[in-house]
Design a protein around this ligand. Structure first.
Ligand SMILES: C[S@@+](CC[C@H](N)C(=O)[O-])C[C@H]1O[C@@H](n2cnc3c(N)ncnc32)[C@H](O)[C@@H]1O
Length: 324
């Protein structure tokens, strides 16, 4: 077996997945062929060897991106400790506001005013769907809702695109490690996690942080399964409760995912909340199974309303394929 086979494989896979960022694709491919850098990465704990985290830490310590691989290589091999410390103490915790363009059509299915409760909320940036505009590009042309900044999204299928922004009466979240939007160190790290060449995502993130700072959401620190029933009860004082999540449930071990699935279905069944899920197609099989089959090789998120699949979505909100 090739030395460091697993880490080589993970960097090669990342190089293929990072087509949206030529810099990261090139860096990952170069790492996979660089035995000295591979040896350095192998000295990290397994869960800290991920390309996203290593590259973000290097950028945090001044490696330019876009920029040449040699600068990354020199920073890693010449590190006297600070870069390694960043890798060991930080995590890849993105907060992608672009997903709102795919979530808003789901929120529009419920009568407001809404009490929005996001589990796995990170900094809570997706709790402000009413403070953004949207540009949904359909086969029949653009549908624009609200004012700048507009979040763009390509749309296929008979999506019920709303003609009014949602009315939000309350916004709150739950997260194991909430990001404090008022702490510049934490928000700088969030920005570092946006891949090079994705300037639109970075611009949106900066704007989203400004929006959240003006009216910070109520975020509870804790596990989403443990905290959910009490949080739903608190939210219910303010409006129609909509529990939602995107790119979160994959972080739970499979038995815990099943616990969450059972719990939220009970809450929905009791009429205590609605549920909007937006997760990778394999993460909540009970939701994915209610929609049309998705080809094995097709990577997609699945958008669900109250446990039933309604759409395939792009992981960062760039596309929505309504399946109904
Ligand atoms: C990839 S981020 C997604 C953040 C946000 N939902 C978005 O769409 O941008 C996943 C978040 O889930 C949180 N998380 C993971 N496991 C959790 C758990 N058991 N309970 C609460 N939050 C959790 C992480 O701390 C992280 O903030």
């Amino acid at each position: 077996m090739e030395p460091y086979a697993e880490v080589v494989e993970s960097y090669r896979r990342f190089a293929a997945e990072a087509a949206d960022s030529p810099t990261f694709a090139a860096w990952a491919a170069a790492v996979a062929d660089d035995s000295e850098v591979l040896a350095w990465i192998r000295t990290l704990p397994d869960i800290k060897q991920q390309p996203n985290l290593v590259f973000a830490a290097a950028r945090h310590h001044g490696v330019p991106a876009p920029g040449p691989y040699d600068a990354l290589r020199a920073a890693l091999l010449g590190d006297t400790g600070p870069l390694r410390a960043t890798i060991l103490t930080r995590a890849t915790q993105t907060n992608e506001v672009g997903r709102l363009a795919t979530l808003v059509p789901a929120f529009a299915r419920f009568d407001g005013p809404l009490a929005l409760l996001e589990v796995g909320t990170s900094a809570g940036l997706c709790l402000y769907p009413d403070r953004w505009g949207y540009r949904w590009t359909t086969d029949a042309g653009d549908v624009v809702l609200g004012d700048d900044p507009l979040l763009p999204c390509r749309v296929k299928g008979p999506a019920p695109l709303p003609d009014r922004l949602p009315e939000i009466a309350w916004r709150g979240g739950i997260d194991l490690h909430p990001v404090d939007v008022t702490d510049p160190d934490e928000t700088d790290w969030l920005q570092t996690l946006v891949w090079p060449e994705q300037d639109d995502r970075r611009d949106h993130l900066v704007r989203a942080i400004e929006i959240a700072r003006q009216d910070p959401p109520a975020i509870v620190r804790g596990d989403l399964v443990e905290e959910l029933p009490a949080a739903v009860e608190r939210a219910a004082e303010h409006g129609t409760v909509v529990v939602f999540h995107s790119a979160v449930i994959a972080y739970l071990p499979p038995p815990r995912r099943a616990d969450f699935d059972a719990l939220i279905r009970d809450l929905v069944g009791d009429g205590r909340c609605h549920w909007v899920s937006n997760e990778g197609k394999r993460v909540l099989p009970s939701v994915t199974a209610t929609g049309p089959p998705i080809p094995e090789e097709h990577p997609t998120f699945v958008l669900g309303i109250d446990g039933r699949m309604v759409a395939q979505t792009h992981g960062h909100g760039r596309a929505l394929r309504w399946t109904g």
